[in-house]
Design a protein around this ligand. Structure first.
Ligand SMILES: Cc1cc2nc3c(=O)[nH]c(=O)nc-3n(C[C@H](O)[C@H](O)[C@H](O)COP(=O)(O)OP(=O)(O)OC[C@H]3O[C@@H](n4cnc5c(N)ncnc54)[C@H](O)[C@@H]3O)c2cc1C
Length: 249
């Protein structure tokens, strides 16, 4: 069996791995899969906050027999009483251990996950929230929509060009929610940055922005927020979720 230093390091850091079992698989579109996992020990004590994510250990046969790699996925729909939670996978065309593993899932398949301590909360002064990203950020965006108070207006911008994008899970709220699919242009993230500028053109007072997705896309959005809108660092958070052409390891 290939030596797995990542697992060893995390074990030394006392990061606990929790067993999970697939119980349901749903495909809102052929390229986006929602998987419900049974994990009573994990779901019961879980402190849920927006964008909560975990490290999923998946087989990586290219690295050796029995080798496991970790990939980040956002936790959605935690139901402690039923001992379940869900992850949503973009089933991307380029091969990758997590995407490939997710493509083959059926009820009964088991894996391990580890929680991450990253904690994020909305600043108290925020009166408008902008959530931007690509479709890997959709679960996190939905997790924000679930908790943002109704008094705060929310605008969602997701750069996604598939014709069946309207079938993807979109959470509702009673407060104001503007949702826009942004059709990608020739360069990833450029169209999204344009949409960010348009959204912010009414002024940035009380505006808090959160963005995630592919690295170049996030770079475009960050530049629009900082240079285009002049948004303070404290009024924005962004995270690279994946890098085009590069495996997460
Ligand atoms: C905090 C966090 C939360 C995340 N939440 C989610 C989530 O809820 N749902 C989700 O689907 N992803 C999520 N991601 C992104 C996911 O971890 C990456 O897409 C990851 O690279 C997938 O691993 P892989 O093994 O399939 O591909 P890798 O081995 O990492 O990459 C192999 C190849 O596939 C390409 N690739 C990877 N991801 C994509 C993609 N989405 N589209 C097109 N090409 C891709 C890479 O550029 C590379 O060329 C999250 C990432 C982070 C850091």
């Amino acid at each position: 069996m290939a030596h797995n230093w990542q697992r060893s390091v995390l074990r030394l850091m006392r990061v606990t791995n929790h067993p999970v079992t697939v119980v349901e698989v749903h495909d809102p579109t052929p390229w986006y899969r929602r998987v419900v996992f049974h994990a009573p020990e994990l779901a019961e004590g879980l402190e849920v906050f927006p964008t909560l994510w975990l490290r999923l250990w998946v087989p990586n046969p290219a690295r050796g027999e029995g080798f496991l790699s970790q990939r980040g996925y956002t936790v959605v729909d935690v139901r402690p009483e039923a001992g379940i939670f869900a992850l949503e996978f973009v089933l991307h065309d380029v091969a990758g251990p997590a995407g490939d593993w997710a493509k083959g899932l059926v009820p009964g398949v088991t894996a391990e996950v580890a929680l991450t301590p990253a904690h994020i909360a909305l600043p108290e002064w925020a009166s408008r929230v902008l959530l931007a990203g690509d479709v890997t950020a959709l679960p996190a965006i939905n997790s924000w929509i679930d908790v943002i108070p109704d008094s705060i207006d929310v605008t969602v911008l997701v750069e996604e060009g598939h014709a069946d994008r309207d079938r993807l899970p979109r959470h509702e709220r009673t407060g104001r929610l503007g949702w826009q699919w942004v059709t990608p242009g020739p360069e990833r993230g450029e169209a999204l940055a344009e949409a960010v500028l348009t959204t912010g053109s009414e002024g940035t007072a009380g505006l808090y922005a959160w963005a995630a997705g592919e690295r170049a896309l996030v770079r475009h959005v960050r530049s629009a927020l900082k240079n285009g809108l002049g948004l303070e660092r404290s009024a924005q958070f962004s995270q690279n979720y994946w890098i085009e052409g590069r495996s997460s390891g």
